[in-house]
Design a protein around this ligand. Structure first.
Ligand SMILES: Cc1ncc(COP(=O)(O)O)c(C=O)c1O
Length: 461
């Protein structure tokens, strides 16, 4: 039996051990077992291996424990198992989703004509944004993309999406699933703080336009690796000049635009054609909870598919499923609504501000730390760094950091992440929940200790 240890983020067990523990759960039998037995089995076998996102040492990913108000809405939504396809499937669900979207557009200060749709994840929101951009491009060429598909374009092979080298890989999924290819997703160089470099972007576009049609540019407000915020206002001006759709991937970062003193960093989002956001990240809303906003509500007409049994022609009842697939949709608006109502906007600002301030504070402390090389100047809640060690050469650094990372996470006491900025490996600390600089520094000290153990052990493979 596994020892219950509440000080751990997760058991730290190997995949082989987790597999052995979980196997009895899928030993499907003719006879069922009592809920008490089942509960005991889950507690003993499964719970130790789940990540405790509310643990102060969990500093690796964008996941969060459900906020109290959100939990209340999620419970109700589960109890009634509401699908919010349309009015006839759930009148209250469909209407609440519509009202929630309207209120969010105003909270984020989006254009008065904006609209939005709940989606399963940021990945799908990005995909739908690119699909809408293709429609828009097709309309410029005088045909309906939903009817003609790519064969309607004069030169489909010239179509490209431009984004940052640090953009999320979901954009690669998007181009592939849309029937484009990786070759149709071109990346732009970043400046020293890993935002799209606007002057290099202008030069790149001039060259690209000889052989490509740039139909969409994706800016990221809060990149996955460093939390950097692309300059949306300037990118919007470029998009206007080259007549391209502007999508803003705010899956991680958009929430921070609500904090008054951070809003300016996001200026220009109100001009974007589409914006994605994941309330299932730092907002603490249970998964799935993502949203795609569009600046002109009519753009969603391109998604609408009518049928004889739902979404009937000529009916004008609230139908969330006309704006994005699938037809059976979770009642995602409810936990978001109950969370915002329970906390109030002031508390939400405090909740979002706390990790941003803690990260900024440790950045200032670590600037003078001779054992640390800082790799980004935090614009949101992420700091990337390397551990300096005189026993480790630059050539060995990537391997060294990977070993440090593996040592740190294998104990289940602290959780950081490992990634690469270009070819350079870095350790990454993500603050999502309310925290303090002191708590973050405890993890940094732990990582340093592990680093000296790894350096003394040696990094030869
Ligand atoms: C910037 C960014 N975009 C998109 C995504 C994908 O979102 P999801 O995990 O909800 O599919 C992520 C995920 O972390 C992200 O950081």
């Amino acid at each position: 039996m596994l020892k219950k240890d509440n000080t751990l983020i997760f058991s730290g067990a190997s995949p082989a051990k987790v597999m052995k523990d979980l196997q009895p759960l899928v030993d499907f039998q003719d006879e069922g077992i009592s809920t008490e037995e089942l509960n005991q089995m889950l507690e003993e076998k499964l719970l130790p291996h789940l990540m405790k996102y509310n643990h102060p040492g969990f500093l690796s990913m964008f996941n969060d424990f459900p906020e109290k108000g959100a939990k209340m809405g999620a419970k109700l939504s589960l109890e009634y198992n509401q699908g919010v396809t349309d009015w006839y499937v759930s009148p209250g669900g469909a209407m609440l989703e519509e009202l929630c979207i309207k209120a969010l557009c105003s909270l984020f200060k989006l254009d008065a004509g904006s609209d939005g749709t709940f989606m399963y994840s940021g990945t799908y929101a990005n995909q739908e944004a690119l699909y809408l951009a293709l429609h828009w491009k097709a309309e410029q060429e005088g045909f309906d993309f939903s009817q003609e598909g790519f064969r309607g374009f004069k030169n489909p092979e010239r179509l490209v999406v431009l984004t940052s080298v640090d953009a999320h890989f979901s954009l690669k999924h998007a181009v592939r699933i849309l029937g484009l290819g990786d070759k149709n997703l071109l990346t732009l160089e970043v400046d020293k703080n890993r935002r799209i470099d606007i002057s290099l972007m202008q030069e790149a576009i001039e060259k690209l336009q000889e052989n490509h049609d740039i139909f969409c540019v994706v800016a990221t407000t809060g990149t996955t690796s460093t939390g950097s915020i692309d300059n949306v206002q300037q990118i919007f001006e470029v998009c206007q000049r080259i007549d391209a759709w502007l999508h803003v991937d705010g899956a991680y970062g958009l929430a921070y635009s609500l904090v008054p003193e951070y809003r300016e960093r996001f200026s220009g989002i109100e001009f974007a054609d589409s914006v994605s956001w994941d309330p299932h990240k730092q907002f603490g809303i249970p998964i799935p909870n993502s949203i795609l906003f569009v600046r002109r509500k009519e753009d969603f007409n391109r998604m609408a598919l009518r049928s004889d049994y739902i979404y009937r022609e000529g009916e004008s009842v609230p139908s969330p499923g006309l704006k994005s697939p699938p037809s059976t949709r979770p009642f995602s608006a409810l936990p978001l609504v109950t969370s915002i109502r329970h906390q109030g906007i002031t508390k939400i600002h405090e909740r979002l501000r706390s990790p941003l301030q803690a990260i900024e504070s440790i950045y200032n402390t670590l600037k003078t730390d001779s054992e640390i090389e800082l790799c980004n100047e935090p614009e949101t809640g992420i700091i990337c760094f390397r551990i300096k060690n005189e026993q480790i050469s630059e050539n060995q650094m990537n391997r060294f950091l990977k070993l440090v990372y593996e040592d740190v996470i294998s104990e289940g006491k602290h959780s950081i992440s490992f990634t690469k900025l270009g070819n350079k490996a870095v350790l990454r600390l993500v603050a999502i929940t309310p925290t303090t600089a002191e708590i973050l520094m405890k993890t940094i000290s732990y990582v340093k200790k592990k680093a000296s153990i790894v350096a003394n052990r040696g990094v030869q493979s």
